[in-house]
Design a protein around this ligand. Structure first.
Ligand code: OAD
Length: 236
């Protein structure tokens, strides 16, 4: 903690890269842990364009269940600490693979949502935006009759270019990068930590980290580690 506090104080640009493990303490499942989504469901059957066009029933059911699980969930103290750090000028931005919108909800302004958002919807055919209720009720697009979908990135789709370019720029200027709650198994996001010349700190309950190099590994849950670090930061 002492070393981390020193690094934070020295860093002119600190960035956080988060994954699904950032939100498990809010009650959301991650993907690859013991109880994660992909332990019970093959992602190719629900999280691809083929799934959307070939088996809309299953695709729809998967996202409906996830939207329902988000309904009662809220950002936790770890999210709020990242937001407070941004307000205090201690954190430049959050780059996230999460679609839950919790970093925005907690108050972060510079959030690079690389896998989109499950909070907004559009037509797969014409791109017209749609309401959540229409998606949940399986109503087709009012403009063209096409199937509605959440604005998440499906496997095989391009990442949204604006946040992707912002994320690359952030990593290039970062002097310190916190990689929090991600298995770093999904490309291209897992290539981002190698773009920085700064120090990379991995915070995770599991310390494998997909074979990447880290300057420091902190084994623990995101919320507790961030609370501890924030406590140290405020008292020194
Ligand atoms: P994963 O499920 O692959 O990884 C979550 C990581 O968080 C694991 O390494 C867990 O050990 C760790 N973890 C779980 N709870 C934690 C906690 N409370 N504190 C700290 N660490 C914790 O999720 P992602 O790496 O985010 O993409 O997955 C990346 C992408 O794969 C997702 O965005 C999604 C998925 O398929 C698409 O659907 C396109």
């Amino acid at each position: 903690m002492q070393k981390l506090v020193e690094w934070m104080k020295q860093s002119q640009c600190t960035v956080a890269l988060t994954g699904a493990g950032m939100s498990t303490e809010s009650g959301l499942k991650d993907f690859r842990s013991k109880d994660g989504w992909w332990r019970g469901i093959d992602p190719s059957t629900v999280a691809t364009v083929d799934a959307l066009t070939g088996n809309y029933e299953l695709f729809h059911e998967f996202y409906k269940v996830r939207i329902d699980s988000f309904r009662s969930a809220q950002p936790h103290d770890g999210h709020r600490i990242l937001a407070a750090w941004e307000r205090a000028g201690r954190l430049h931005s959050v780059i996230t693979q999460n679609v839950d919108g919790f970093h925005h909800q907690a108050g972060n302004k510079r959030v690079r949502e690389l896998h989109g958002s499950i909070r907004s919807f559009r037509c797969q055919h014409c791109g017209t935006s749609a309401e959540e209720e229409d998606f949940l009720s399986k109503i087709p697009c009012t403009s063209c009759g096409g199937p509605l979908r959440p604005n998440v990135v499906l496997f095989g789709e391009m990442l949204p270019q604006v946040p992707w370019q912002e994320a690359i720029a952030d990593l290039k200027q970062a002097e310190l990068v916190f990689v929090i709650g991600t298995s770093l198994q999904v490309s291209p996001v897992n290539q981002l930590p190698s773009l920085t010349r700064g120090k990379v700190v991995y915070i995770n309950v599991d310390t494998e980290g997909g074979g990447h190099y880290f300057d420091l590994v902190v084994q623990g849950k995101a919320k507790g580690v961030l609370q501890q670090l924030d406590g140290w930061l405020n008292k020194t």
